[in-house]
Design a protein around this ligand. Structure first.
Ligand SMILES: [Zn+2]
Length: 426
């Protein structure tokens, strides 16, 4: 009895281990090249870069600088570190919860997931956490009344404290000068300004420390939760977005509006008001598909100011999980795409590459039996100075006609690829 079971187990093992497929990298001479009537994709048009289920998450590196007086007035180190961690959390929470656009009233604008987050960076080599304190009277204030020079909106003095500014977005928490606060028109508003890789955020400490207790004894202050909107707004500028309420920002889905903080019941702020991140309002929580497309195009574009800010993990091959084109689906990449994983085109599925597809060293494209890869005017390449691995064809041993197919149409090509010029059996 025992022997029979062992024999049975051996049969199962040998059956399951028998290779069912011929698997090999396709070679240049095997590729079918065609010309069809398809129109050329405008791959550099930002509007095609709205994130989809094949868009990877981007991480924007940030550092924070807490600017204090020479006497150290402002956040203590403990308070400041907590505040910044809370603020980063709130910013990412708002990005995670992207809201549906309020405007135009009755709109059917798609609500898409936001595919970027901010990440505190510092310097791993020194153990710095990305939160810095500077006690400097000449760089700790903003004075609304000053049109130029020290403490003005355009004063770049604080940016001398920038750390890793080529590849990290540096945010400076600066307080309103007493002259501004004493001004009868001063409203203590949260505000900021973006200068590319440097951002100033105003009044965070004053709003946080100005604690009021409500009737139930609960703390009411404008802390990190209140500053997530303005911080995301200023980062939005750095990532390439403009205001929407008062100008044409190049997007059809962000209508001009009255710029209301919220509905007041009094014209023009009666009725529905904007909740867009790039307007001034109490939510700043909605990012439209077109705005997302703009930022993602900037993330994609080589040598753009925004791409340099990203955690650059696209060259690090991750073998743990493949990008899947699901069985019998047809997927078209009509914008640039980059992955750090293999792409697996399952049985009966078709993947069409119209633009540039970037893969890291060791990553391959797996074309399962009856699946098809069409490189239609596009190019599959590597941007890391390496070679990606190749296009792997799967063929059923039992039914050889069940094989993955590859077609190069309209000048489509592969480059910086390891296994393409000759057949290599695995
Ligand atoms: Zn702005």
């Amino acid at each position: 009895m025992k022997i029979r079971i062992i024999f049975f187990v051996l049969i199962i093992i040998s059956v399951s281990c028998a290779p069912r497929y011929n698997i090999y990298f396709i070679a240049d001479k095997e590729v079918m090249r065609t010309v069809t009537e398809s129109t050329k994709q405008r791959c550099e048009d930002f509007i095609y870069y709205t994130p989809d289920s094949f868009s990877i998450m981007r991480y924007v590196r940030v550092n924070f600088h807490i600017m204090r007086t020479s006497a150290g007035e402002g956040f203590s180190e403990k308070e400041g570190v907590q505040y910044v961690h809370d603020l980063v959390g709130v910013c990412n929470y708002k990005l995670d919860l992207n809201a549906k656009m309020n405007l135009p009233e009755g709109n059917s604008t798609a609500l898409l997931p936001v595919q970027y987050r901010i990440v505190l960076t510092g310097d791993p080599a020194t153990g710095e956490d990305g939160i810095y304190f500077h006690d400097d009277d000449s760089a700790c204030y903003y004075s609304r009344g000053k049109k130029s020079g020290v403490y003005s909106l355009g004063d770049r003095r604080p940016f001398e404290y920038s750390i890793g500014g080529d590849t990290i977005l540096n945010l400076f928490l600066i307080e309103h000068h007493i002259d501004s606060i004493l001004n009868p028109n001063y409203r203590g508003a949260t505000s900021g300004v973006s200068f590319g890789h440097n951002i100033k955020i105003f009044g965070a400490y004053r709003n946080w420390s100005n604690v009021i207790y409500d009737d139930s004894g609960n703390v009411q202050n404008k802390g990190a939760g209140f500053y997530g909107g303005v911080t995301n707004h200023e980062i939005g500028h750095s990532l390439g977005l403009g205001h929407t309420w008062n100008q044409d920002d190049g997007c059809d889905d962000t209508p001009k509006n009255a710029g209301c903080w919220g509905p007041t019941g009094v014209p023009p702020c009666d009725g529905v008001t904007s909740n867009n991140m790039m307007d001034y309002n109490g939510c700043q929580c909605a990012i439209s598909p077109c705005q997302l497309a703009k930022m993602h195009y900037n993330f994609w574009k080589e040598n753009s100011s925004q791409r340099t800010l990203l955690v650059d993990d696209w060259c690090d091959y991750d073998s743990t999980k493949n990008i899947i084109v699901t069985k019998n689906d047809t997927v078209i990449f009509n914008a640039g795409k980059e992955f750090n994983r293999n792409i697996e085109i399952q049985e009966g599925a078709i993947l069409i590459i119209k633009c540039t597809l970037v893969l890291p060293a060791n990553a391959k494209i797996i074309v399962k039996p009856t699946a098809k890869l069409i490189i239609d005017g596009g190019v599959i390449t590597n941007r890391c100075g390496d070679e990606w691995r190749g296009i792997e064809i799967w063929q059923s041993k039992k039914y050889p006609s069940l094989i993955g197919k590859v077609e190069f149409a309209n000048g489509g090509k592969v480059e910086h690829v390891k296994n393409f010029t000759s057949i290599i059996n695995e």
